[in-house]
Design a protein around this ligand. Structure first.
Ligand code: NDP
Length: 340
């Protein structure tokens, strides 16, 4: 199936906002993939969403979609508590899987998803878009090349205002994986791991409710992640901040990299390198759509056996950091990151 030149047929599991606003275009923009089907739990939504987005087939039963032999790949973007069972069913049906973050609500569930994919011999990727940005890829390269010497600290500014159209389950349903930590801190964790090339060891986090979140769900968090080698990373994630730029900084023994406007879904932002008392603008390759970049690499993984740009293990590791942040924010204690 995957070794032929036929375009890969993708199916959307979840008639979601992220699929509508980013992923359908990203999949259809590739010469070798097309969105062929969508599943929604509601028959009316399935039909309406398919019609609005030019998707040929609409399913209201997941089993029927997974029984469709024309489907090669599924993209899972339902609410987070549904990812586990949907991914395991997709793997059992022999479909390759690109799953949204957080992969699941527990490490055990995420591990079960990865094991199901491995047992079925299908590709499993995590849709961590930020590492696909030319800015973050450049930061990683500069750190690896020693442009700032030994990294000592990082700071992530990822406090945004949650658009009104998304002010639903993220603010009200911890049982669906709502809250800013599982929504945004997992992206920080992935980007930090990607840029620094080290694993997180423990997290101390303090969260708050600042007017949008309800019940037990947090809409703001600050914290510190301690990485291997003694690197400290500070993060601020929120759904409540309307006027701040985003940013990502890495400070090393020989210099600092300061990236502004880079924790975004769009390909934008800039980086400056400060060393020896001088500030230099870092030249960047032309920006590419982050989601199209991820889909390109996913398709390549299906066709050639290479790795998706963010693997299932990457998704499990970012979830592990998010779960430690969540636990720390509840207990008030510094919490080790557990990977198994
Ligand atoms: P949405 O709220 O848009 O969709 C989630 C589910 O909610 C859908 O599967 C759908 O169920 C149901 N739903 C959506 N709209 C309606 C509606 N009008 N009426 C009734 N039900 C509705 O979620 P998001 O797109 O914001 O997030 C989905 C996933 O993607 C999450 O895992 C999230 O963390 C992730 N995400 C990732 C991003 C990234 O950049 N990597 C960015 C944004 C989200 P059904 O399918 O059954 O119709």
């Amino acid at each position: 199936m995957s070794q032929t030149n036929k375009a890969l047929q993708w199916a959307l599991i979840g008639a979601s906002d992220i699929a509508r606003t980013r992923m359908i275009q990203a999949i259809n923009a590739q010469p070798d993939s097309r969105v062929a089907a969508v599943f929604s739990a509601s028959p009316e939504r399935a039909k309406a969403y398919a019609a609005e987005n030019g998707i040929p087939k609409a399913y209201d039963a997941l089993g029927k979609l997974l029984d469709d032999p024309a489907i090669d790949v599924v993209y899972i973007s339902t609410t987070n508590e549904l990812h586990r069972d949907q991914a395991i069913a997709a793997a059992a049906a022999g479909k390759h899987i690109l799953c949204e973050k957080p992969l699941a609500l527990s490490l055990g569930d995420a591990r079960a998803m990865l094991q199901a994919a491995q047992a079925a011999g299908v590709v499993f990727g995590t849709n961590h878009h930020l590492r696909c940005a030319v800015t973050h890829r450049t930061l990683r390269r500069l750190v690896q090349e020693g442009a700032i010497g030994q990294p000592l600290a990082a700071r992530v500014f990822h406090a945004v205002y949650l658009p009104p159209r998304l002010q639903g389950w993220r603010l009200t349903k911890p049982q669906a994986g709502g809250g800013v930590i599982l929504d945004i801190t997992v992206h920080d964790a992935d980007t930090l791991r990607f840029v620094l090339g080290v694993e997180a060891e423990d997290v101390a986090a303090r969260s708050a409710r600042q007017g949008l979140a309800q019940g037990d769900t947090e809409d703001a968090v600050m914290g510190v992640i301690h990485f291997e080698g003694g690197i400290l990373a500070q993060f601020h994630d929120a759904f409540t901040i309307k006027h701040a730029p985003t940013g990502f900084e890495v400070h090393g023994t020989e210099g600092s990299l300061i990236a502004v406007d880079v924790m975004t879904q769009d390909p934008r932002g800039r980086i400056v390198l400060r060393r020896n008392g001088q500030e230099t603008e870092v030249k960047l390759d032309p920006p590419e759509d982050l989601y199209a970049f991820a889909v390109h690499h996913f398709n390549q993984a299906v066709r050639t056996g290479s790795q998706p740009f963010a693997t299932g293990e990457d998704g499990l590791r970012s979830l592990a950091v998010g779960l430690a942040a969540l636990e720390s924010s509840r207990s008030g204690q510094r919490t080790p990151v557990r990977y198994s």
